[in-house]
Write a protein that binds this ligand. Structure first.
Ligand code: SF4
Length: 162
C-alpha cells in the first residue's frame, strides 16, 4: 500500500489539515476577491498543486469536493464522475475500467465514514464547470466561485456573470 493510500485510509491528519486550511481561506476571501481569480491562482496555486497532487493525486479541477468525498479525489476515477460509484463497479469493490484498482467511489464512501462530514457523501455534486480547470480551488472555494454551476442549476445565480 502506498503512503498516499495509507494516509487516505486513516484521514484524521487530512481532516485537521483541511479544517485549518478552511479557516485560513475564510480570512483570505476579501483579498482573493480584490485580486480576481487569475491573480489569486498565481499567488496560491503553486502551493496548492504540488501539495494536493502528492497527497490526493489532485488533477486541479478547480472545484474541490475532497471534504465531501472522504478526502478521496473523484477526478482520479477513470470516468471522472462526480457522483459515484457508476453502475460498472464490480461486486468486490474494484473498478470496471481497471479491475486491478479499487473503485475510487467505494473508497470515498468507506473513508467518508472516518471524517466529520460522513453525511456529505450523499450530497449531489454539480456537474464540473470545466472553465475552472487549472484554477486554484482554494480560491474558488473561498470566494464561492466553485458554487456557480450549482447555483445556475438551481436558478439562484442572479447577478453572477462569467
Ligand atoms: S476534487 Fe478537484 S481540486 Fe479537489 S483534489 Fe480532486 S482534482 Fe483536485
Amino acid at each position: 500500500m502506498s503512503f498516499r493510500s495509507y494516509l487516505q485510509d486513516h484521514p484524521r491528519p487530512l481532516v485537521w489539515a483541511w479544517q485549518l486550511t478552511e479557516r485560513a481561506l475564510g480570512m483570505l476571501r476579501g483579498r482573493f476577491e480584490k485580486m480576481g481569480l487569475e491573480r489569486s491562482t498565481r499567488a496560491v496555486g503553486w502551493i496548492e498543486e504540488p501539495v494536493k497532487r502528492s497527497l490526493f493525486d489532485c488533477q486541479m479541477c478547480g472545484q474541490c469536493v475532497l471534504h465531501y468525498t472522504g478526502m478521496t479525489c473523484p477526478m482520479t476515477c477513470p470516468k471522472q464522475i462526480r457522483n459515484g460509484p457508476c453502475g460498472g463497479v464490480r461486486a468486490d469493490g474494484r473498478c470496471e475500467v481497471y479491475p486491478e484498482r479499487d473503485c475510487v467511489w467505494v473508497k470515498a464512501i468507506e473513508r467518508s465514514a472516518l471524517t466529520p462530514w460522513k453525511e456529505d457523501i450523499h450530497r449531489l455534486n454539480p456537474a464540473l464547470d470545466w472553465r475552472l480547470e487549472g484554477e486554484a480551488s482554494w480560491v474558488t472555494f473561498a470566494t464561492g466561485r466553485d458554487q456557480w454551476a450549482a447555483d445556475r442549476a438551481s436558478g439562484s445565480d442572479q447577478g453572477k456573470t462569467d
